[in-house]
Design a protein around this ligand. Sequence first.
Ligand code: ATP
Length: 237
Amino acid sequence: MLLEIEDLVVEYGRIQALHGISLSVEAGEIVCLIGANGAGKTTTMKAISGLLPAVRGRIRFDGEDITTLRADRRVVKGISQAPEGRGIFPGMTVMENLSMGAYTRSKKGTERQADLTRVLELFPRLAERRTQIAGTMSGGEQQMLTIGRALMAHPRVLLLDEPSMGLAPKLIQQIFSIIREINSQGTTVLVVEQNAQQALSIADRAYILETGAVVKEGPGRELLGDPAVKAAYLGVA
Ligand code: ATP
């Protein structure tokens, strides 16, 4: 397993947001987390990237216990998160934002250049807008920049928190096909999504979270056909 989470508990003060969840991601997979508002999806992602401490439980990456490792060290190990809600630097240009994403990389120009070429090929719009101030871009473009910046860290696992949030249907399709492309190029993906239909269609496996606990897991396609999942998350009676 590339990423293994075991019995993870996370608290915000006296509020326990995760009640001991376990999940795993194998190298090469796309794994998706779905669940209602407040289920604990973002909390899980932040705990994996090291932005929130684990009160209990273990997080292992490539066999190594990283439970207490600092967030920036986790990026160096290969865990990179594209945060929910477009965490770009709005006053900087597109290129400056992308460079910030590579801050943990070695100084080797050729490797950074290869990552940049990959990102600009995946997102031609970013290539067109290199010098644009990021905060003036459309919501969809900012979302692409968020993902592109996370890719500049050359992650082994890319954490995507609600990549389709607030996007028009056509753009949602595009983002999901880009996620598949990123994965087919060799990057493992863990994605949180409200858009369960789309996410389950591209996921090798998925976990369903309810109030801080995993209540169901299985192959994406299987969960797509599961009557209880359909009723709760796919808007099908
Ligand atoms: P959404 O789909 O709405 O983004 P989510 O599944 O990502 O939801 P989380 O953001 O992980 O859910 O929140 C899980 C629980 O933790 C919720 O009950 C939420 O109110 C609580 N929570 C989140 N952040 C904080 C915080 N900073 N302080 C206190 N409670 C918090």
